[in-house]
Design a protein around this ligand. Structure first.
Ligand SMILES: [Zn+2]
Length: 147
């Protein structure tokens, strides 16, 4: 599967997306294009459109409470509740979404990496996991990264 990298940016209040097919963001041209935008004083966001990425061990702790790991932006984000307009003009139901790439908490990988926060956003009562359960999750997470 060849991934596609999206460079996302805002200019005069409007959102823009440019797609760069390729497995690595540098090889796809997304990074070079992002640097070009930076040169114009614009903040670019690079996001994977297909492949989901695990939380690197170094980033395991979210920098702020209430953040969700976006496996496509590869960053911790404060998800926002909003609906999106599809290419055909249809506006879907509101959901908690990444403010950059708009992936929702219904995504399998979003749920996998931030189960507690997803449950909180969904308003579900969650049990505080035991230390054993947390250790088990970290252990299985490490196993997945190596795979
Ligand atoms: Zn995202």
């Amino acid at each position: 599967m060849i991934n596609t990298w999206n460079v996302i940016w805002w200019q005069n209040g409007k959102k823009y997306i440019r797609r760069f097919p390729g497995d690595k963001p540098s090889e796809s041209g997304a990074i070079a294009f992002g640097k070009q935008l930076q040169g114009q004083g614009i903040t670019p966001h690079v996001s994977s459109s297909r492949k989901a990425f695990a939380i690197p061990v170094k980033m395991r702790i979210p920098p702020e409470d209430g953040m969700v790991w976006c496996p496509y932006c590869m960053k911790w984000k404060h998800f926002v509740e909003k609906s999106i307009r599809h290419d055909n003009g249809v506006i879907g139901p509101a959901a908690w979404r990444c403010p950059i790439c708009t992936i929702s908490i219904h995504d399998f990988f979003v749920r996998m990496w931030s189960p507690m926060m997803v449950a909180r956003l969904e308003g579900r009562r969650v049990k505080i996991p035991s230390e054993k359960a947390v250790a088990e999750r970290i252990r299985t997470t490490r196993g997945k990264r190596r795979a």
